[in-house]
Design a protein around this ligand. Structure first.
Ligand SMILES: [Zn+2]
Length: 194
């Protein structure tokens, strides 16, 4: 075998190994997020069906909350969450992810549960949105606990693209890279706008 032929054979083998390894990795995570360059502001159906964790280990700062894995967030939002968490940690603040990604089905169950608790859909929507409106379903929202940590995010998050959006949800933040340059939009009374 000539040196050139040998190089080609080795190259093909390496490519095969890489291909098998990447397919294996996708199989292990059980989900494939195909959207790497999402258009800002446009809902992504393929992301909306990706479920988030139902729960997670107890938040070390306050066991009433959990600290779930940031799985299922839109890829750029996941990176932004990791930057936010690292910035907080650098200032000695721990952030617990009490809730992040939800699928349409998870959000629908939460909404239906809230309708039962509050008695009607209008009241329920002030606290839990129906799936077609929720930013958790779109994979761009996080609920940060405990409230002391959420207060840190409210102060320091905007520079990293994280803004609090609702007066009645001190823990709920949404990511948009434009917030880092343009600042946060005016807060709404609640997620339903009223
Ligand atoms: Zn939320």
């Amino acid at each position: 075998m000539s040196t050139v032929t040998r190089r080609i054979v080795i190259g093909v083998l390496l490519a095969l190994v890489a291909a098998v390894a990447s397919v294996g990795a996708l199989g292990a995570t059980g989900r494939v997020v195909l959207v790497h360059h999402p258009v800002p502001g446009r809902p992504l159906a393929i992301v909306e069906e990706v479920p988030g964790p139902e729960t997670g280990p107890a938040c070390p700062l306050d066991a009433r909350y959990v600290d779930e894995q940031p799985e299922g967030l839109r890829p750029d939002v996941l990176r932004a969450w990791e930057r936010l968490r690292a910035a907080a940690s650098g200032q000695g603040v721990a952030l617990c992810l009490n809730d992040g990604k939800r699928s349409t089905g998870q959000q629908r169950r939460e909404f239906e549960d809230a309708v039962r608790r509050f008695g009607n859909a209008e009241l329920a929507a002030r606290y839990v949105l129906p799936p077609e409106k929720s930013m958790h379903v779109k994979g761009i929202a996080v609920d940060v606990q405990p409230l002391g940590s959420a207060a840190w995010v409210e102060r320091q998050g905007p520079a990293l693209g994280w803004c609090r959006r609702y007066l009645n949800e001190e823990w709920h933040f949404e990511y948009d890279p434009a917030y880092a340059t343009a600042g946060c939009p005016a807060m709404l009374p609640s997620a339903s706008g009223s």
